[in-house]
Design a protein around this ligand. Sequence first.
Ligand code: PLP
Length: 482
Amino acid sequence: MAPPPGTNRPAAGPLRLQVYQRLRAAIEAGVFAPGARLPPSRDHARSLGVARNTVLWALERLRAEGYVVARVGDGSYVAPAIAALAPRRGAQRLAGAGTLLSGRGRLIADTALRWQPPLAPPLPFRIGYPAADLFPFAVWDRLGPRGAGRARRDQARYLEPAGHAPLRTAIAQWLLVSRGIRCAPGQVLVTSGSQQGIDLIARLLLDPGDEVLVEDPGYPGIRACLHGHGVAVRPVNVDADGLVIAEGAARWPGARLAVVTPTHQFPLGVRMSLARRLALLAWARERAAWIVEDDYDGEFQYGPHRIPALCSLPDAQRVIYVGTFSKTLHPGLRLGFVVLPEALVDAFAAAKALTDRHSPGEAQETLARFIAEGHLLRHLRRMREAYLERQAVAIDALARASGGAWRLAPSAQGMHLLHEAAPGLRDAALSARAHEAGVFLAPLSAYAIESRRRGWVVGYAGYAPAELRAAARRLGPLIAAA
Ligand SMILES: Cc1ncc(COP(=O)(O)O)c(C=O)c1O
């Protein structure tokens, strides 16, 4: 076993004291989380080149001080109470890094830390989560790594940066059927979620200082990525037809790229009209600019006719389609893709290789089978039914619990709803009270740059009806008191 970080062989002084100090520092720094099992003393001693008794002495002292708990016959664990050190650790990390980072590093870290997507397990009504309770894990596991001997060994090496060929083919076929997109498998680049797609686009198509149009309000994850690359993020209004490109073009005439969510605007939920789509394509053509189509939840359209992707329109050569399996399957997979003009594929694959070589091979193989054997389309059909039901439950439960104060309009698409309030209202206040009551309620202001639109975004897809009802009951009195 490798030595735990921060516990390399000590340089001087009584060895047992140094082992104790390093181990304690590693626990305080969060290298070993509260409740984590510490390495077995025999392995730890061997990796440090010290006697086992030296490590046992250090562990005994940490136990006496309350850092460690020993479980008879089962080794040593970090005491759960150490969690109380966590806030201090976070603050130290932020304060300490500033002087160590380059200017670019500070920009990236600062931007990313301000975005900070929450990591805690999703609570209703947090947005963006698909139904993990309905995910077909048994099917997924059955489709997992296959073969033996030579076939298996062939996969245990560096793989194609652009992605597993059968997966690229499966994605191209699925996009044709489901989103009306005609593309060759060779135009599909497999990424680690759509976040990596945006990162590659920013690095390969933009220079620091370039202007990019974004929807306001819009998705902070994309803005943070662009900002971290030194790109000037320019807000553009969104109305009932989607991003108001005429306003954006007039106000920011030098913009080189626009990022849009045309199927289901994030977070307002509007669908971009055909007239606006055509105006956007005309803007890109005239300015030789790029359009990034973030189709994050485009599969979840509940009406009889699904609107195809923007990039399926004629004359859409300057549209780069960014897809993700974070909503169609689950975000822990970290698999997504971009559909690129052929001329850009090699450069993007090379840049992807520079970042992380390629996405994990076994997950790509499993996903390729999952799509090719029809499980994805079946899963999506089921999810559309479940999400429509969950949406109705959320609307009904919130209306009842709030005494009719919240009557959310149903939506024919997506995984969240919007309850809009008066412009400029302090929507974060209710969100904070909701959070204290164990309910997650994103304020619309969290997604705004200049926009004064306010309200709350209600995610429903990831939660069983009973959870939605329970959360609405907790929220009801807070809405009434607001
Ligand atoms: C608008 C939007 N785009 C993209 C994503 C997905 O990001 P990723 O594929 O990196 O998980 C999300 C997830 O919340 C989102 O809300």
